[in-house]
Ligand binder design. Structure first.
Ligand SMILES: *Cc1c(COP(=O)(O)O)cnc(C)c1O
Length: 902
């Protein structure tokens, strides 16, 4: 379907330009040539669609076919996918090899086998997907749309097999053909359309929404290049290579070349001055958004939701305006820039840069998504005033905030609504999730940039601000400071639009992602808004993770042991994770502890094998495995960890061999990417790699301490590391990590947590009991005062924290290669120490010692591990998504009727 979002005046212009070259054409003021009554109506040409002869439409409420059966011509599309028996699977696999792939049965490699398996599984998904969409169309429930600039999906085949319940027959069928399912699964490239936690959360939520049979679609961008591939140079520097993840073709996406929208940039916006508030936005660049659909199967039933990703394309092969002006080169340039919009994911996590292309990505994606959502709503035949009764839109962080002025623009300029009615509709539709209170991550866009790229939206933002500040003024008369603090426009050169404030006032509800974080949102960055709008608008939904991927898939042995122990099929407890509590009594049984520990051991060996084959190092699997894997960022304090490792190394060096023999052997794993422009984070990687080089080759200590930086952290690598961890580190400066989700993944897999009192660590400790976690460090309320002390009453590190001072000296003096390289990193600690390393180091070292002590008692450690897994029920993303559905979106599960489609 083509839906055209294009004012009539534009059509006139393009018609005439070819005949009247630009230079002879004196533009007339738009307002005088256009009759306002003729514009603004969306032109949505009817599709010429027909029903296939003999097609049997959907069943009625009672499940009866509406058309009489038994008539010869009656048939129905997509009645079945691939049957779940091994011979049918084999047949479908071979079919795809020979037809879809056009390859010979005697000439197939693992990649080809993967593609054939994927296409075969896709056939089954498609049936469910079609029936799900038809079911939604028929029942017309309220729908929710999850707008996220990132979806960190990882691999799909294994997950699809699990959710369809087809893992075993496919493994058998493929084995029968001489291939191994494990090898085939390894062929798939990660869909890395995200940076870290925010994108992975979106992926977990899609899995949970489908599993709970909720009518939820995701909307995102189809980046040609996902998150960069990380390489480590011989010096230890991070290098970035492009991630051409689509190069082998992507069997999981369905191009919808007929679902397109035209998206405008630049041009001019002329207010009509006809008393309606409408304006006319014309000229500029028009880019085509093309839809690609990704099927999202629910676990254990047929509901298969949709993730719609937009690709940008030039509207025509070249820009007609430039062509007419005789500028062929600019025309080609402009077609390049259309494709550039979805070329690459911006690789920044928790930082915002005011780049024009990023702004264009954000508008392109929100405008295409809204146009699509509105078209679907209009098919219901309801007036736009009913929009919020049928549509909820969740804004994943401020990235999609332009959807708010965009919906205002559509309602006012195209649908003829007055301002107040339009604002009413908008503020009932949107919901905003805040993901951070870090100042550098709060999005702000320069006013001149928005004015240039989106002139009409800037007008609307100014209007929203005017009416909003008027209402603030009425409630708090004469409070000029308050008006300045709350204005959507931050004064300065240039002025900037504060996107979090726009998202807040344009939404029905605002939430943070863990209890502490939501409190911080309410008491710091949005304090004035809580005072103005009332506390009830500001809630919390603690993040979650899908136990399908993060337990059953990545740790199948543990999953099987849990099912056996609970005497429950896994499809019961994987859908109600609180059932894990049933494991608690078994913590007391020695036999069970032995089985539990043996599985952990095999997962450690699997990781050791990975390190052996990728880095060529042998790993001591009898050591304690200590893991910190996440984006590299100063607030996450990988630096604290590596300095702690050096401290341990220096202590070991100072011991006699006899003393050393009593030490708990430890293997420390790091993985994570740094933003390419984040100099300090990249220096931390360099330090880790060079410390590893020294420590791993020291014959005195390497039995007791080794260290690995695993390059190119990804979802698939996380799936190997997480089940193998004994302890994982989540050691952000208190108040900086909004939630964290990898903390949940580790604990679900029986890894214990070493962390600060921050984000979801706090709620994990509440669930599993403080006796089962290792906490250290200053608390959130102290942080501000300490930072003030650092600035105005600094104490030398030598006095404050001699142990840390010694470690820093050793680095500086060249124990791990030329010390001057690390000076900028070390200076962040010596100088303002914004992230409180000097304040938390001693208690961190003490916590590490407590971990050693606890690990020495293997039985007690196993109990802690079991108790931790047992209490992780709260952190299923099923719980989180149901909170959104019930408390925010007002959404009902809408199951696909059971049984074969017909
Ligand atoms: C879960 C996950 C994250 C988030 O990790 P945090 O430790 O919560 O920051 C980042 N990247 C990947 C690949 C993940 O799977």
């Amino acid at each position: 379907m083509t839906s055209i979002v294009k004012p009539r005046s534009y059509i006139i212009k393009t018609r005439f330009f070819p005949f009247f070259p630009f230079r002879f054409f004196t533009p007339l003021p738009m307002t005088s040539v256009i009759d306002p009554s003729t514009i603004g109506k969306p032109r949505r040409p009817r599709r010429h669609v027909r029903t296939l002869t003999g097609y049997l439409p959907d069943t009625d409420e009672a499940g009866e076919a509406k058309w009489p059966r038994g008539e010869e011509k009656i048939w129905r599309a997509g009645t079945r996918g691939v049957d779940s028996d091994v011979p049918s699977i084999t047949k479908s696999f071979v079919n795809h090899v020979q037809t879809s792939l056009a390859r010979q049965a005697y000439n197939l490699d693992n990649l080809g086998a993967y593609q054939a398996a994927a296409l075969s599984v896709r056939d089954s998904l498609l049936v469910n997907w079609n029936d799900t969409q038809m079911n939604y169309t028929r029942k017309a429930p309220k729908r929710a749309y999850y707008l996220s600039l990132e979806f960190l999906m990882g691999r799909t085949l294994d997950n699809a097999l699990l959710n369809l319940g087809l893992k075993e027959p496919y493994a058998k069928g493929i084995k029968g053909l001489g291939f191994s399912i494990e090898d085939i699964l390894e062929q798939e490239r990660d869909a890395g359309l995200g940076n870290g936690g925010l994108g992975r959360l979106a992926a977990c939520y899609l899995d949970s929404a489908a599993t709970q049979e909720l009518p939820v679609w995701g909307y995102g961008l189809r980046y040609k290049y996902g998150i960069f591939q990380q390489l480590i140079s011989p010096e230890g520097n991070q290098l970035e290579a492009p991630d051409p993840w689509l190069d082998n073709q992507n069997p999981w996406e369905l191009p919808r070349l007929d679902v397109t929208y035209e998206i405008r940039f630049y041009g001019q916006a002329d207010r009509l001055n006809d008393g309606t508030g409408r304006a006319l936005w014309t000229g500029g660049q028009e880019v085509l958004a093309v839809a690609y659909d990704v099927m999202i199967p629910g676990y254990g039933h047929r509901t298969t939701n949709n993730l719609r990703l937009w690709e940008s394309k030039p509207k025509r092969g070249f820009d007609l305006n430039s062509f007419n002006a005789g500028n062929y080169e600019a025309a080609v340039e402009s077609s390049n820039s259309a494709a550039a919009i979805t070329a690459v994911l911006y690789p920044n996590d928790h930082t915002s840069f005011g780049k024009e292309l990023r702004l264009k990505q954000q508008y392109f994606w929100t405008a295409a998504s809204l146009a699509d959502i509105i078209r679907r709503f209009k098919n219901l035949g309801k007036p736009m005033t009913k929009f919020p009764e049928y549509v909820a839109i969740q804004l994943n962080d401020t990235h999609p905030t332009l959807a708010i002025p965009e919906l205002m623009r559509i309602l006012i300029d195209e649908e003829d609504f007055d301002w107040d009615t339009a604002w009413q509709i908008v503020t009932q539709t949107f919901f905003y999730t805040n993901h951070t209170v870090l100042p550098e991550a709060l999005e702000k866009w320069p006013v001149p940039l928005i004015e240039h790229v989106l002139p009409r939206h800037l007008q609307i933002i100014y209007d929203i601000n005017l009416f909003f500040l008027q209402s603030v003024e009425r409630k708090f008369p004469g409070d000029r400071d308050r008006l300045a603090r709350m204005s959507l426009i931050e004064e300065g050169t240039p002025k900037q639009v504060r996107m979090a404030f726009l998202a807040c006032i344009g939404s029905r509800k605002v939430n943070g992602v863990a209890e502490l974080h939501s409190d911080l949102v309410r008491t710091t960055i949005l304090k004035d808004f809580v005072e103005f709008e009332g506390i009830s608008k500001f809630g919390n939904v603690t993040n979650g993770i899908t136990p399908r991927r993060w337990l059953d898939q990545c740790n199948p042995e543990l999953s099987a042991l849990i099912s056996k122990t609970l005497k429950l099929e896994k499809d019961v407890w994987l859908k109600d994770l609180t059932k894990l509590e049933g494991l608690l009594p078994f913590a007391e049984e020695k036999k069970f502890r032995r089985e539990w520990t043996a599985i952990k051991q095999r997962n450690k060996e699997r990781l050791a094998h990975y390190v052996q084959t990728t880095l060529g190092y042998t790993v001591n699997t009898n050591a304690l495995f200590d893991v910190q894997i996440k984006r590299l960022h100063e607030y996450k304090r990988q630096t604290l960890n590596i300095l702690g490792v050096i401290h341990r190394y220096l202590s070991l060096k100072n011991m006699t061999p006899a003393q050393r023999k009593k030490a708990i052997p430890r293997v420390v794993f790091f993985a994570g990417k740094a933003a390419p422009a984040y100099y300090i984070a990249k220096l931390t990687i360099r330090l880790i790699v060079n410390v590893a080089r020294v420590i791993n080759n020291d014959p005195e200590t390497k039995e007791y301490l080794t260290l690995f930086f695993l390059p190119d952290y990804s979802v698939s690598l996380a799936e190997i590391l997480i089940p193998a961890s004994d302890i994982s580190q989540h050691i952000s400066t208190a108040g900086t990590e909004a939630s964290g989700t990898s903390n949940m993944k580790f604990c679900l897999n029986g890894g214990l947590l070493l962390g600060t009192v921050d984000g979801a660590n706090i709620e994990i400790a509440e669930e599993v009991g403080e006796a089962n976690v290792f906490f250290f460090g200053h608390l959130t309320p102290a942080v501000e005062d300490i930072r003030y002390q650092h600035l105005y009453h600094p104490v030398p590190i030598e006095t404050k924290c001699p142990a840390l001072a010694n470690v820093i000296d050793q680095v500086s003096q060249g124990l791990f290669g030329p010390g001057d390289v690390y000076e900028p990193l070390l200076n962040t600690i010596r100088q303002t120490d914004y992230y409180l390393l000097t304040d938390d180091f001693d208690s961190y070292i003490a916590a590490l010692a407590m971990v050693d002590e606890a690990y020495a008692d293997k039985e007690e450690w196993a109990k802690k591990s079991i108790r931790t897994t047992a209490k992780m029920g709260k952190f299923s993303s099923d719980r989180a998504i149901m909170e959104y559905a019930e408390s925010y979106w007002n959404l009902e599960p809408t199951p696909v009727p059971p049984g074969p489609a017909l």
